[in-house]
Write a new protein. Structure first.
Length: 474
């Protein structure tokens, strides 16, 4: 089917998400214009004018398609004809089980592929403000370094606060790794907030000695550096790192995110906790819990070591660790529909890190979906989102509606997320025995569960892709 009136799709931003979106659109025989402001206007992080430039690392992380969520995302993208994955594979450098690439070779190859495609028009220009009104199909894929003029226009369109800030991210824990023989469920004073039940938090108790040791560890912990281009950006909503609060006074945390008031430990009802760490449900599936008020600038290894000293979290596994950095992203569950369109102005789609996904691969994957949605729309077709059992579908569902809003006052609770198995619907039946009939235990059971999730995902992705192909052929 020919594009409606042979009109083009406009993509703003030539990073990984924008480059992948453009490729997917052109692969469906729809003309597309890619608007990239570099090198006309540079950023503080980019060094070249090449498309899909890698600015922080050359690693696409694990390539294990059987036991790792990002490795599964790699596999799905390869099956869906991803330019980013094709180019990464062609420019791979040794990195053990990870997929790492030659930075210059990778971005040069992506640039060359897009420049050579007859349906792709690359324009080196800044879109300084809202896209022109006669552009009826636009994908905004400008990432965390969106130009100020465009960021201001987006803020006006969405009625959101300014998009550039120090993004305060608290760690997220897999629910099934919390020791509930130590922790318990209760809201402070048993109060049920909007959508709450009165038992909406998981609480981890600390004694005076445990609290003192925890504060000491925070103050002494190794902190991650702030990039030069991040300096001077204020903390988002006044959220201070927990280690900064600890440095302001030994009791500061006890009267902040670790206050014990209004809580009674049913495991020891006659013992008053000196401090309490609270975790709040983060996704609708109930598989992920956010450590309330625990944004931190500690290095990741330090976070794991120190947070596992908290009673109930000794064996905690983390879907995401905390951090603070300059970022630009939308409150996507509130603002975007299931195909990444802005509810307030559906001609605009968003893709990549600006939607609230983290990582090169995740950004490219959301660009892939945005490109396919836009191409299908231009061709007069409807493309259903991929199943939430797939890595693409799980990530999309989190971005567009899988997140649970905070039940109490506080900063915006939706935060950037890497793909992880906590975003996937649980298996109907988790593997209990191996191929020889031996009962699985410990790490073997965990690996078998991950393998089953990956096998289910790839099978469901193949069915979804086959349905898309049939719809395009009809």
């Amino acid at each position: 089917m020919a594009p409606q009136q042979n009109q083009v799709v406009h993509v703003i931003g030539g990073g990984l998400a924008g480059s992948e979106a453009v490729w997917q659109i052109a692969a469906r025989h729809v003309p597309v214009v890619l608007h990239e402001m570099r090198p006309v206007r540079t950023t503080a992080a980019h060094k070249t004018g090449a498309l899909a430039e890698l600015v922080c690392s050359n690693s696409f992380r694990s390539d294990d398609r059987e036991h790792n969520a990002v490795g599964l995302l790699h596999a799905e993208m390869r099956r869906l004809g991803s330019l980013i994955m094709q180019t990464a594979d062609a420019n791979q450098v040794p990195a053990g089980g990870a997929l790492a690439v030659d930075r210059d070779g990778f971005s040069a190859a992506v640039t060359a592929a897009l420049e050579a495609h007859p349906l792709i028009d690359i324009r080196r220009e800044e879109i300084a403000g809202s896209p022109p009104a006669d552009w009826d199909s636009v994908i905004v894929a400008t990432g965390p370094l969106t130009s100020p003029a465009l960021a201001d226009a987006i803020a006006r369109l969405t009625n959101e606060n300014a998009l550039a800030f120090f993004d305060a991210i608290a760690p997220i824990v897999y629910r099934d790794t919390i020791d509930m023989s130590v922790a318990w469920c209760q809201s402070r004073y048993d109060k049920a907030g909007p959508g709450g039940s009165g038992a909406d938090y998981i609480n981890c108790p600390l004694t005076r000695e445990q609290y003192g040791a925890f504060v000491d560890a925070l103050i002494a912990g190794d902190k991650a550096p702030v990039h030069d281009w991040e300096a001077g950006t204020p903390y988002f909503d006044g959220c201070l790192p927990i280690e900064v609060m600890a440095e302001r006074g030994r009791e500061t945390l006890r009267h902040g995110p670790m206050k014990p008031f209004g809580l009674t430990n049913p495991h020891a009802p006659d013992v008053k906790s000196y401090a309490v760490v609270q975790l709040r449900q983060d996704n609708r599936l109930g598989t992920l819990f956010n450590m309330v008020g625990f944004q931190t600038k500690l290095k990741h290894g330090e976070q794991v070591r120190i947070l596992r000293t908290i009673p109930g979290l000794e064996r905690a596994e983390f879907a995401r660790l905390g951090g603070l950095h300059r970022n630009t992203f939308l409150n996507s569950p509130k603002l975007l529909d299931a195909t990444l369109r802005l509810r307030a102005e559906p001609r605009l789609r968003f893709a990549g890190q600006i939607t609230g996904c983290e990582g090169y691969v995740e950004s490219a994957a959301i660009g892939l979906l945005a490109g396919r949605f836009a191409a299908a729309e231009r061709l007069g077709e409807f493309l259903a989102p991929p199943p939430p059992t797939t890595a693409h579908g799980a990530l999309l569902a989190h971005i567009t509606g899988g997140h649970v809003e905070t039940i109490d006052a506080g900063p915006r609770s939706y935060q950037p997320m890497n793909v992880n198995f906590g975003l996937f619907p649980p298996l109907a039946r988790a593997p209990a025995k191996d191929a020889d009939g031996k009962r699985l235990r410990g790490p073997e059971k965990s690996l078998a569960k991950k393998r089953a999730l990956c096998l289910r995902a790839l099978a469901d992705l193949d069915r979804w892709a086959a349905g898309e192909d049939r719809a395009a052929a009809e």
